[in-house]
Unconditional design. Structure first.
Lengths: 155, 77, 488
């Protein structure tokens, strides 16, 4: 607990650990992967000082230290913002992992297209010659079907 | 003299070295690699001690993140 | 404090029902953007539905999100790739912009270090190499270290004539030529020759006379009286010759020093008074200024952005009143945001155009990945020099390791913060600028000057676009995407 102006203990409203000029929060890596923690930290290093340490296995403590004087409420708010950003980072990470092949495909296709600059006729000819059943990334296969297939395979 | 312990599961040793080099003009920073940690012994020679030490740690973290990200994208390619 | 006591568990997302997108909070809504440059505004509940995989056929947002490539259902990867290809085509298209330094002289005396002027033979070699580019369009910008290429007026004439003749005979490209001049040595004879030879004019106009002339201590600008006299001359002659005003207008750039920051209204008014149709607001580069001078004329990102916000707001207000004045930096972003724009134009691109799309040549024939890189060399650091034009081919230039390093360092996908940013499809960074500011090509640190500037401009534009009831603002911004582009 932190000491306020009148030496009275100050508690974080949001349950974080408050110091005189810093606030800390423990993050479980199994819930918030380190890559997400890094993503959040990178966005905060211009606003405050960020330090990471590991109090025990799987836990990362993120300590945010204010650059100048800060009240307990301001420190709490800073940690609250960081926690919100962590949520965003995890969502981004999951989306990024789930769409890795999609991104590889369209990036490679874009660079090929940029290099060759085909004419409209070429593009139309390409579409005409495509086999409609070709769907290597299984984009068009509904997820229920994919899940059903997996269940069937596992039996 | 401040002693700052960087956990190597969270900070890249090379990143800490790069940050130490960048702050050479503001502090004498000696690094000791020991098992799972890198310990920086920091003697600030110019500027506010709190700011220099914290900024050095910030840079070590930034450099770790950039290096980690770059390594990941090289693996992907 | 253990995990879970303070941190809520992240909710699961239906990732296999989603395409790839970025998002950010703007104007009280969630802006969703894709690598193809599509964007959609959602409310918070709609965004939650999106993440939960609940936006399916029949949902009011389904069609728009599907077309944008945000949903997995019906995801047209080839169409998305095609939209992305439009944004990155500059990487493989071949260098289009060639900035040629005609003289190192600041006056009629020779400059220190030989040569002072670009000689005819070297100029011809530069033209030959430039026209080797696979780009269907090539543009030459004829400039000078101290701001006046007309100190080598014979060289200017020769290069222009040689370029046109060679292009006509052998290359058949869409060729454009621009004289980047402070107009201090302009004469009527030269002006008429430039008009007859279809050479466009770009100059510097920093504001009303007192501000502009006060800035001249630190810039290459000519005297205010000369600048406005020749702007008026060329604009009158364009009208008399029946030139298309969209294609033919004097282009002027501002140099924003500390003295400019409080004079945002006066600067804009000056451009309106002179009949200009675009104003290019941009921050000052620290390149070439020592630390003491920078304390006098430099400023923080926050100070610059306060200036920009006021100037931009005033420009928009003027546009609502019927004044046609576009802000060119905003127009560059809009070109990537709006369908009417060209996403592969301007200097804000990922990968950046230095070396792949833009080259610069010094008077001695040395080649650089853009003019900022050339100026770094002119100040004594040869880091970006690519070699001598007499020994290089265009293919060799674009494959140079320095060009590759710049392209790699500028790729937003590989930058920790940029890769996740909602502004990524519309943004770009310059490793050359990073090198100038931080001594490091990879200097794109969190919220560096350039990042703050680009985020602020992106946010300003999207805030306007988010307001669906303000069709007038959307029309104005749309008009800007073509107002600052010369038809090729």
């Amino acid at each position: 607990m932190a000491l306020g102006d009148k030496d009275e203990p100050v508690e974080s409203r949001l349950g974080f650990t408050l110091g005189r000029d810093h606030v800390s929060l423990d993050v479980d890596e199994t819930v918030y992967p380190l890559e997400a923690v890094y993503g959040g930290c990178y966005l905060f290093v211009d606003r405050c000082f960020v330090f990471l340490f590991r109090p025990r296995e799987r836990i990362v403590t993120v300590r945010l230290t204010s650059r100048g004087p800060a009240t307990p409420a301001e420190l709490d708010a800073l940690a609250g913002e960081f926690a919100n950003e962590l949520l965003s980072q995890v969502t981004r990470l999951r989306l990024s992992q789930a769409t890795a092949r999609i991104r590889e495909y369209y990036t490679a296709a874009a660079l090929r297209a940029a290099a060759s600059a085909p004419s409209v006729d070429d593009l139309l000819a390409e579409l005409d010659s495509e086999e409609l059943g070709d769907d290597p990334l299984e984009i068009l296969v509904p997820w229920e079907e994919k899940s059903g297939e997996k269940d069937t395979e596992s039996k | 003299m401040g002693r700052i312990t960087f956990d190597r599961s969270l900070y890249s040793a090379e990143a800490v070295e790069a940050a130490a080099a960048a702050y050479a003009g503001f502090a004498d920073i000696a690094l000791e690699r020991s098992g799972d940690v890198v310990v920086a012994v920091v003697g600030v020679t110019g500027g506010d001690e709190r700011t220099i030490e914290n900024s050095f740690c910030n840079l070590a973290l930034q450099e770790t993140i950039v290096r980690t990200r770059r390594a990941a994208s090289e693996d992907d390619s | 404090m253990t995990a879970g006591a303070a941190l809520p568990a992240p909710s699961t997302i239906a990732a296999d029902r989603l395409g790839f997108f970025h998002w950010g909070r703007i104007a009280g809504k969630i802006l969703v953007t894709t690598d193809g440059g599509d964007w959609v505004f959602l409310s918070e509940p709609e965004f939650a539905q999106l993440l939960a995989g609940e936006i399916t056929e029949g949902h009011p947002r389904f069609a728009r999100l599907q077309t944008a490539g945000v949903l997995r259902e019906g995801l047209d990867l080839d169409a998305l790739a095609s939209r992305l290809a439009r944004r990155v085509r500059h990487v493989t298209r071949g260098p289009e912009l060639h900035a040629v330094t005609m003289t190192r002289r600041a006056d009629d005396r020779d400059a220190p270090g030989a040569p002072s002027d670009l000689d005819a033979k070297t100029a011809e070699r530069i033209v030959d190499v430039a026209l080797q580019s696979t780009s269907p369009a090539v543009s030459f910008e004829l400039q000078a270290d101290a701001g006046e290429p007309l100190l080598n007026v014979d060289g200017v004439r020769h290069l222009v004539e040689f370029a046109r003749a060679t292009n006509k005979r052998a290359a058949g490209k869409t060729l454009s030529l621009t004289l980047v001049s402070n107009l201090s040595r302009m004469t009527e004879e030269t002006a008429e020759w430039l008009l007859a030879n279809d050479v466009a004019i770009r100059t510097w106009l920093d504001g009303p006379a007192e501000l502009h002339d006060g800035n001249r201590r630190w810039t290459s600008a000519g005297a205010h009286a000369d600048v406005v006299r020749w702007i008026a001359y060329f604009e009158r002659r364009y009208r008399e010759l029946g030139r298309d005003p969209k294609a033919w207008q004097v282009d002027a750039r501002t140099t924003t020093t500390r003295g400019t920051l409080a004079a945002w209204r006066e600067v804009v008014d000056e451009y309106v008074t002179r009949g200009m149709r675009s104003i290019h607001l941009r921050p000052l580069s620290p390149l070439g200024f020592d630390a003491e001078t920078w304390k006098t004329i430099g400023y923080t990102a926050e100070e610059y952005l306060a200036f920009y916000e006021r100037a931009f707001g005033y420009i928009l207000e003027l546009n609502r009143r019927g004044v046609h004045l576009a802000e060119a930096t905003a127009a560059t972003f809009l070109g990537k945001m709006l369908p009417s724009g060209d996403p592969a134009a301007g200097d804000i691109r990922s990968p950046c155009p230095a070396g792949t799309s833009e080259l610069a040549y010094d008077v001695d024939g040395r080649v650089f990945p853009g003019d900022e890189a050339r100026r770094v060399d002119a100040l004594g650091d040869p880091f970006f020099a690519l070699g001598d034009v007499r020994e290089l081919t265009i293919a060799g230039i674009v494959r140079h390791p320095t060009v590759r390093a710049i392209a790699t360092a500028s790729l937003l996908d590989a930058q920790p913060m940029c890769a996740d940013c909602w502004n990524k499809p519309f943004c770009g960074i310059s490793p050359v600028s990073s090198y100038v500011r931080d001594g490091d090509l990879f200097g794109q640190r969190p919220r560096c000057f350039e990042c703050k500037e680009h985020m602020a401009i992106g946010r300003t534009l999207f805030t306007l676009l988010a307001n669906e009831t303000d069709g007038e603002a959307a029309d104005i911004l749309q008009r800007w995407t073509t107002a600052t582009r010369r038809p090729s």
